[in-house]
Design a protein around this ligand. Structure first.
Ligand SMILES: C[S@@+](CC[C@H](N)C(=O)[O-])C[C@H]1O[C@@H](n2cnc3c(N)ncnc32)[C@H](O)[C@@H]1O
Length: 393
């Protein structure tokens, strides 16, 4: 985390939300904030079915969102952007990038993108368009944008529109290099019996009408099983319709996680939360000690992260599974979703990287032992992790 963003999250945000009165909360303020956060967290998880359509119209819930969910959501955009910037076609190196943020909320992803590019040597000029159905979110987006760019050296502008994005025809006609849908896809067409078919048709329209031919559509979703499986079903439909997944998938086959109703695929990035989040976690019993999310990057031009990877690269799609005498992971690649095992007694310098693997890592194996359903890392297997710095928050 850059020092600037750390200060922004720990002080500027609090000061802004308390009308510049203080930069820390009293105990009673902290307690009532904690109960609002529990209410919102329940609505996002076990009470999702009763999440009201315009929940961020509620001042208490909006404040809870900004103080608890915005800080962690800010970083989630960094991983897809880092993966896009690895491509030799220099996908993000244009002089000017036009960015459309659908369901911008309080401007979370816009702040994340500003943070990403302000730490790059070559900074494009950034032209943001934020759309949300809640007017108050948009005025907060404008305020936070202004506060954030005050002290960074970046050329950026912002337009906002209060629109229900489900009516794609209402979105201002233009084309964008990046279209973001961060934590909104699962809220669209929610009460529709064929909600996923509606979402696929919505994405087809958005990408067709508003994405430049060399643009990227980035979808970020909560790491919950239900919302992620819905996103993966949408992924399969879009691939069938001819879209290329730039990342995280390294294969174009139907998603192997969908064949077992218990499986889903998500990222998990370690981070150090701001002090206020640690305090709230102590009061609520919630845990925001890492960044969990699912994502998809779609392109029309078929460029993909696989263009820069060695053939047969695969993703780690589970936590390390540690049991007596062995270490295992699930990997996803050309063989589908497979379990891979290394017995502790087979540890050698050539496979030592195996025990350093983390969910989301990209890895290649040489001289792997294929035992049908299971793959085995033997003494002679060479394990190589790729792009190690990608997962730093
Ligand atoms: C969970 S918040 C996500 C905010 C932000 N993108 C983030 O990742 O932190 C979802 C946002 O989508 C907006 N939203 C939901 N349905 C919408 C719709 N049909 N049209 C426009 N905005 C919508 C909500 O008002 C809310 O601000």
């Amino acid at each position: 985390m850059s020092q600037y963003l750390k200060t922004f999250l720990e002080h500027t945000l609090l000061k802004y939300l308390s009308d510049n009165r203080y930069s820390s909360l009293t105990n009673s303020e902290l307690n009532s904030l904690a109960s609002d956060i529990i209410e919102l967290s329940n609505l996002f998880t076990k009470e999702r079915k009763i999440l009201p359509p315009q929940y961020l119209n509620n001042k208490r819930l909006r404040r809870a969102y900004i103080l608890y969910f915005l800080p962690s959501n800010i970083y989630k955009i960094h991983l897809p952007l880092k993966e896009l910037s690895l491509h030799p076609k220099k996908i993000l190196s244009k002089k000017e990038l036009k960015i459309l943020d659908l369901g911008s909320g309080p401007g979370t992803t816009i702040l994340g993108i500003l943070d990403f590019f302000s730490n790059q040597k070559k900074k494009p000029s950034l032209e943001f368009t934020a759309i949300d159905s809640v007017a108050e979110n948009l005025s907060i987006t404008k305020d936070l944008f202004k506060l954030y760019i005050e002290n960074i050296n970046i050329d950026a502008s912002l337009k906002t529109f209060k629109i229900n994005v489900e009516k794609a025809g209402a979105i201002p006609q233009d084309t964008y290099d990046i279209i973001i849908l961060s934590n909104i896809l699962n809220e669209l067409f929610y009460n529709d019996e064929k909600k996923n078919a509606e979402r696929v048709s919505f994405l087809n329209t958005i990408i067709d009408k508003f994405l430049t031919p060399d643009g990227s559509c980035i979808i970020i979703e909560p790491a919950l099983r239900e919302t992620t499986r819905e996103m993966l079903e949408i992924r399969d439909s879009l691939v069938k319709n001819g879209f290329k997944i730039h990342s995280p998938c390294l294969i174009d086959d139907p998603c192997p996680a969908l064949s077992n109703p218990k499986d889903w695929c998500h990222e998990d990035i370690p981070w150090i939360p701001p002090v206020i989040i640690k305090e709230i976690d102590k009061l609520t019993g919630l845990r925001k000690d890492s960044l969990k999310f699912s994502y998809l990057v779609l392109r029309k031009d078929k460029l993909s992260l696989t263009d820069v990877l060695e053939k047969n690269s695969c993703r780690i799609v589970s936590e390390p599974l540690i049991s007596k005498g062995k270490l295992e992971f699930y990997i996803c690649g050309h063989g589908g979703r497979q379990l891979i095992t290394r017995l502790d007694k087979d540890e050698t310098p050539s496979n030592i990287q195996f025990q350093k693997l983390q969910r989301g890592d990209i890895v290649t194996f040489e001289a792997l032992i294929d035992k049908g359903k299971r793959l085995k890392v033997g003494k002679n297997t060479v394990v190589k992790r790729q792009f190690l710095s990608l997962k730093k928050a």
